[in-house]
Ligand binder design. Structure first.
Ligand SMILES: Nc1nc2c(c(=O)[nH]1)N[C@H]1C(S)=C(S)[C@@H](COP(=O)(O)OP(=O)(O)OC[C@H]3O[C@@H](n4cnc5c(=O)[nH]c(N)nc54)[C@H](O)[C@@H]3O)O[C@H]1N2
Ligand SMILES: Nc1nc2c(c(=O)[nH]1)N[C@H]1C(S)=C(S)[C@@H](COP(=O)(O)OP(=O)(O)OC[C@H]3O[C@@H](n4cnc5c(=O)[nH]c(N)nc54)[C@H](O)[C@@H]3O)O[C@H]1N2
Ligand code: SF4
Ligand SMILES: [Mo]
Length: 904
């Protein structure tokens, strides 16, 4: 252990749970990470992603130096910060002069810290003079923002994490918490173990790990949530399970809502939602009769053309039953990104201003302008993400600044997004990793400091602000986001307001925080009583936290007073509308997209830790077995998945946790790990009319057979990032290619590819050279008819590199040999055999790592189960599930399947 090993308390940079982490480091490198026992979000726990943070962030993948391209078609070259920012300020000044303030735009992110967010906002609205600043929160939280604002009067989740433990009935809608908010899910599991009488209802079209834990799973047809919530309200009204006194004293709109939900009788709703009437009744009864009801929701509600309606229809249930403002009760929207909340607070959606203000409100604009000391703020409405990229594509936006988000992976309808990025005259990408899909479009790449290297604050789902502390200096020449923005802004001021005092004279993130917080004073989120020193002495705090207060606020609306004009909450009457894209004969399947347990978004960070691919290794489409049968497609086969907008080639897997007619694809794959434009080449840019949030969970698609007779498989150890970068471009012309870093102690890159004919011998020779299979201790065999070619490199009696071309039946077997470090006679015999098939029973799928913390595979767990071990026995003997616990739901599923396995 290095003698100067130290610990810095900070936060996890992934999800909105906002766990505290203790970063172990030696002031230069991050060496380890532990959950912070003092942090009130996680009390020491971490999930599979948080606990592997120290294994991520490979320097080979990091952006380390500014790079500038001096003309389209040229390549970028390294430059220094002065040149980079002077150039950017010059281009912005000229664009503003020629085309006006609305010809530039900023597209930022819920993974920025509050101080970064605030600096970007001030830059866009006060200096540049445009409202064209939007965030990836538009794809994530904007429906929840609308839901809270119009139903309750302000964008404030009224609950605390503790309420998850206190509730008598928890309703989870459109959230796979077990994967996406694991530490909160652990808190829920533990509470249910202590209080088994607690009820859990899960609403999700799929059987997820979260749904499997439920007492009642409503597997509704995609997009039908509004009908379901209205149907529940219909029963609540009919049965008298409402809180009349609360409704009368604290809400408006009952009559209209009552008139609407009259049409949502149980039979009709059960039919629309595709569920049993009894289940609907039971859900209503639990909601109507439990002493306290808490709802948790996420993207299954928000990412919809009815996202705002879904949010308000759910909040209606709380208002009608008075289930708000009390321990264990309330509508609790789970936030996705670590600082989704900070973005909303600082006004980082185009329609907002700092301090929960509105860009369209004259008084709000005047207040902020006065505080900033500028004459006025821009009046013309800003563009929201989808509109913004449309405006880039049709040339209205001439300079685009993208920070901390990867739109060339995460926005819907990638073909259009890519066209926009390719045509934009000037694109700045402020990024921590060069591997993001968007980097290729950067005319100016600004390297950003990332997790463990930067300071500021974040607000988690329960309105709790934490101090994010740096452990080590930023890599290379990377700089903190706030610092880049302020430096640029001061240079732009030289062009736009020379001689005047700077609006961006901030020397530290705390200076930004101190300026920003006063914009929240006397607003609903008033956090003016917080500063870094307080967070350091008293720990993370929940807003509102007014100046002079001694503590923050656990729960809102306990007094029934809502921040609306008349103090009353609003029941919203909006009818159910079906999703935008309808199924038809050409596109008969509904494509749903979402998270995996161990990956984060476009995988720039998680993709650098090969062990995180142990759970799910490649992009696979899930489809009900009936749909496969109907199309005469076998499990594991490569298929062509296509929508009205684009296509992908990838393997399909039979999945009876989906209903027939539905398909599921993880959201993580862009064009790096899978050939194609990524999964969002299939999705559509239709948006909710109020929140402008796109419908990312509902595109219609079809799956077709595809004949790709030539197959390729390779596995090569060591230098994963470098090999990846060298090999990846060579696969661009093949029909299918997938890349996965794998392994633990010995990281390796796995490549699978397929095409309708064999590529040239020359191509194969280039690949072999990059795989170290060109010369040295390499065993080779090419069968005379050239249907199969095999190469294996063995060093110190171990396989270190191999490839199969033509036909790849032995790939799973070879992988096992590699993993076990075997290179014996059996391998030699196989190598010289004319066909590729492996000896013994071959072709089995690769084993998956269920427990990533303790490295326990599914097959070992299954063997334990077959031996008669129960969960405790498995934990005791194999140690699986004893660290972060993320794998426990899946182990429970294997245990539940036991009788099946026994009779099979
Ligand atoms: N492991 C991991 N965790 C993450 C992230 C990550 O990338 N990886 N990202 C973070 C971010 S930014 C976010 S926003 C959150 C997202 O967290 P979640 O929203 O929980 O995750 P998703 O998997 O996107 O979607 C949740 C569920 O919505 C369901 N769904 C689809 N359509 C419908 C519908 O019409 N109605 C209902 N009721 N449900 C539907 C899907 O089947 C899916 O199981 O996760 C955060 N946490
Ligand atoms: N089909 C489909 N699409 C989706 C979704 C879905 O469910 N289905 N979910 C949507 C949702 S909810 C979200 S939130 C988005 C997420 O989409 P993105 O925002 O595109 O996701 P990330 O890959 O997290 O992008 C963050 C980028 O910032 C970089 N980065 C990391 N740290 C820093 C830093 O400190 N500074 C800077 N400047 N850069 C940094 C990372 O390398 C990464 O490239 O995806 C959306 N897209
Ligand atoms: S639940 Fe996991 S990903 Fe989310 S903040 Fe906690 S450790 Fe990080
Ligand atoms: Mo998100």
């Amino acid at each position: 252990m290095p003698h100067n090993r130290r610990t810095t308390a900070s936060t996890c940079c992934y999800c909105g749970v906002g766990c505290g982490v203790l970063i172990e480091h030696d002031d230069e490198r991050i060496l380890g990470v532990q959950g912070d026992p003092q942090h009130p979000a996680n009390f020491g726990r971490l999930c599979s992603k948080g606990s592997t943070l120290h294994l991520t962030g490979d320097a080979d993948a990091r952006a380390q130096f500014p790079e500038l391209r001096l003309g389209k078609g040229l390549s970028r070259t390294r430059t220094d910060w002065d040149t980079a920012l002077e150039h950017a300020a010059g281009v912005f000044a000229e664009t503003l002069r020629e085309h006006g303030p609305d010809s530039v735009a900023f597209y930022v992110s819920g993974q920025l810290l509050t101080e970064d967010y605030y600096a970007f906002n001030k830059l866009a609205r006060a200096l540049v003079g445009t409202n064209n600043i939007d965030s990836n929160s538009r794809l994530c939280m904007s429906s929840a923002v609308v839901g809270y604002k119009r139903s309750l009067g302000a964008d404030a989740p009224p609950c605390s994490y503790e309420d998850i433990e206190l509730a008598d009935c928890v309703l989870i809608a459109g959230s796979n918490m077990a994967y996406a908010h694991p530490v909160l899910f652990r808190r829920l599991e533990e509470a249910r173990a202590r209080r088994p009488e607690m009820k859990l209802i899960v609403i999700d079209p799929r059987v997820t790990d979260t749904a499997e834990a439920a007492d009642l799973h409503l597997a509704i047809l995609p997009g039908t949530d509004v009908a379901l919530f209205h149907g529940i309200l219909h029963i609540l009204l009919w049965e008298g399970w409402i809180d009349r006194a609360f409704i009368d004293a604290h809400t408006d709109g009952l009559d209209e809502l009552k008139a609407l939900v009259r049409d949502y009788g149980p039979l009709a709703v059960a039919e629309i939602c595709g569920i049993a009437v009894d289940d609907l009744q039971r859900a209503a009864q639990w909601i109507g009769q439990s002493p306290s009801v808490l709802s948790l929701w996420c993207m299954g509600l928000n990412q919809s053309t009815a996202g705002s309606a879904k949010n308000s229809a759910l909040i209606n249930l709380h208002l009608a039953t008075g289930q708000i403002g009390r321990p264990g009760a309330g509508p609790f929207s789970l936030t996705g990104q670590p600082n989704a909340m900070g973005g909303r607070e600082t006004g980082s959606l185009s329609n907002l201003l700092p301090g929960h203000r509105e860009a369209a409100n004259v008084e709000h604009r005047a207040e902020v302008a006065a505080y900033w000391g500028v004459e006025r703020l821009p009046e013309s409405p800003g563009l929201s993400a989808i509109e913004l990229f449309d405006a880039v594509r049709d040339g209205r936006i001439k300079a685009l600044w993208i920070a901390c988000t990867n739109p060339a992976q995460s926005l819907p309808d990638q073909t259009r997004v890519r066209e926009a990025l390719a045509t934009c005259p000037f694109v700045i990408v402020q990024e921590a990793f060069t591997t993001s899909e968007t980097c290729q479009y950067a005319d100016l790449l600004l390297p950003a400091a990332s997790w463990g290297e930067k300071e500021g604050t974040v607000t988690n789902s329960e309105r709790r602000i934490s101090h994010v502390r740096p452990a080590i200096p930023a890599i290379g020449e990377a700089r903190a986001d706030w610092n880049i923005v302020c430096d640029f802004a001061r240079r732009l001021e030289q062009h736009l307001r020379p001689g005047e005092s700077s609006l961006f004279d901030f020397g530290s993130p705390s200076a930004l925080f101190d300026e920003y917080k006063l914009l929240t004073r006397e607003r609903d989120l008033d956090l003016s009583g917080i500063d870094y020193a307080l967070l350091d002495t008293r720990g993370p705090q929940q807003w509102p936290f007014r100046a002079g207060a001694t503590q923050g606020t656990e729960r809102l609306y306990g007094d029934g007073q809502f921040p609306t004009a008349n103090g009353r909450a609003r029941l919203i009457a909006e009818p159910y509308r079906a999703p935008k894209e309808k199924r038809d004969a050409r596109y008969p399947l509904i494509l749903n997209t979402g998270r995996l347990r161990d990956q984060w978004h476009g995988m720039t960070r998680t993709g650098t830790a090969p062990q995180l691919f142990g759970h799910v290794e490649e992009a696979i489409l899930g489809l009900h077995p009936d749909e496969l049968r109907r199309r005469r497609i076998s499990d594991g086969q490569l298929v062509r998945l296509h929508s009205r907008r684009g296509e992908l080639v990838l393997p399909v897997q039979a999945d009876d946790r989906l209903r027939p007619g539905q398909a599921f694809l993880p959201m993580h794959w862009g064009d790096r790990y899978l050939k194609g434009l990524g999964i969002n080449v299939l999705t559509l840019p239709a948006v909710d009319p109020l929140s402008r949030q796109p419908e990312l969970k509902h595109a219609t698609v079809e799956v077709s057979r595809i004949e790709l007779s030539w197959q390729f498989f390779a596995l090569v150890e060591g230098n994963v990032q470098k090999r990846f970068d060298a090999l990846r471009p060579l696969f661009e012309d093949l029909r299918y290619a997938s890349f996965s870093p794998i392994g633990r102690e010995r990281p390796a890159l796995v490549i699978r590819a397929a095409h309708h004919e064999a590529p040239s011998a020359d191509w194969l020779a280039r690949i072999d050279a990059l795989l170290d299979l060109g010369d040295g201790p390499v065993m080779a065999y090419d069968d005379p008819r050239r249907t199969v070619g095999k190469r294996v490199r063995i060093e110190q009696s171990r396989i270190v590199s191999l490839r199969l071309a033509g036909e790849t039946a032995a790939r799973a077997w070879l992988r096992e040999l590699w993993k076990e470090g075997r290179a014996d006679q059996e391998l030699r015999r196989w190598l010289l055999a004319p066909l590729s098939a492996a000896p013994g029973k071959a072709g089995a799928a690769a084993d998956k790592t269920l427990c990533n913390c303790l490295n326990v595979s599914q097959s070992r767990i299954q063997a334990g189960i077959d031996k008669g071990l129960d969960l405790e026995g498995l934990k005791c003997e194999l140690k699986c599930g004893t660290a972060c616990g993320s794998c426990v739901p899946e182990i429970k599923r294997l245990l539940a399947q036991k009788p099946l396995a026994a009779t099979a």
